[in-house]
Write a new protein. Structure first.
Length: 299
């Protein structure tokens, strides 16, 4: 198609640096779960945004795990490597003014030849802009970044500017997706992510990140009163009985809050009436068991 551009942009960085928040801001809708807990994104999530003649395809990657060598983390790191190998542009997200060993490990994976933007996120937390100059200089010495983009993912103007910058790095070619598509992930996948986000939101740091959500049932049923009616059954899988008790909470209150919040958000995401049942099961050691990690949907 003449004049059309379309390309794949990877959003990469260490855990908890604001990648998912940035992806959601770029796509203009929440498709990646966000929480303060490190390691909440476990899949390569594709967000799609079509603006003018350009289609931006964003790949969110799990924060690269350097701490533990479990089967789950090995699979996560493989996902990151796959995501940055075949893209047109990399957005390397770091906290403005900061550069840690974890950032360095991620940076060391980049293949030469793929243009990379240094996205200095959370700029709103840096009080004096002048302090950034020496940091920027040191970053330029670490990698031949195509451009520096200081920004805050929460600032609409910054997001607009980022689109303008990304656009020129994308090849001239026809779009891969329909104009109004936002993600290539299935609704069933969005359901599991939504329940998982609420799980982490309501358990805070008490629950280890080796908890996951499996969707046992996702059925659309005919309804006289609603244009769409979806019945979802989800199981929260935890490692220990004490974790199960924590998720269920006093008199089942916490599980009820997780379910209610997840259902309300899913109704918005799916534009449907949703009936959601959530169970909690204990499966000890699943994150270390490769076959089980695969059966829970991690590559």
């Amino acid at each position: 198609m003449s004049g059309q551009r379309c390309g794949v942009i990877a959003i990469v960085g260490k855990p908890n640096v604001g990648k998912s928040t940035l992806l959601n801001a770029l796509v203009g809708q929440k498709i990646s779960i966000t929480s303060r807990k490190a390691q909440t994104t476990r899949h390569r999530i594709t967000g799609i945004r079509t603006r003018g003649a350009t289609q931006f395809i964003f790949v969110d990657t799990p924060g690269f795990q350097t701490r533990h060598a479990t089967a789950l983390n090995k699979s996560l790191n493989k996902t990151v490597m796959g995501a940055i190998g075949d893209v047109d542009l990399i957005l390397f997200v770091v906290e403005a003014g900061n550069f840690t060993l974890a950032d360095a490990k991620v940076l060391s994976l980049f293949k030469p030849g793929i243009p990379t933007l240094l996205v200095a996120n959370k700029l709103d937390t840096v009080h004096r802009r002048a302090e950034i100059a020496p940091w920027l200089k040191s970053m330029q010495e670490r990698h031949p970044f195509a451009e520096f983009v200081p920004m805050s993912a929460k600032n609409k103007g910054d997001i607009e500017r980022l689109f303008g910058i990304c656009e020129k790095y994308l090849p001239e070619q026809g779009w891969w997706y329909g104009e109004d598509e936002l993600t290539d992930r299935s609704e069933k996948f969005l359901a599991s992510e939504t329940v998982r986000e609420k799980l982490f939101r309501f358990t805070g740091d008490e629950l280890p990140y080796t908890s996951t959500v499996v969707i046992d049932k996702f059925d659309e049923e005919p309804s006289k009163t609603h244009k769409r009616f979806v019945r979802v059954a989800a199981t929260i899988v935890v490692e220990r009985d004490s974790h199960k008790a924590m998720v269920i909470g006093e008199k089942g209150e916490r599980l009820k809050r997780i379910s209610t919040d997840a259902r309300m958000e899913l109704e918005k995401l799916l534009d449907a009436k949703v009936f959601l049942e959530v169970w909690v099961k204990v499966r000890s050691g699943w994150a270390d068991d490769e076959a089980r990690v695969r059966s829970f949907g991690y590559e």
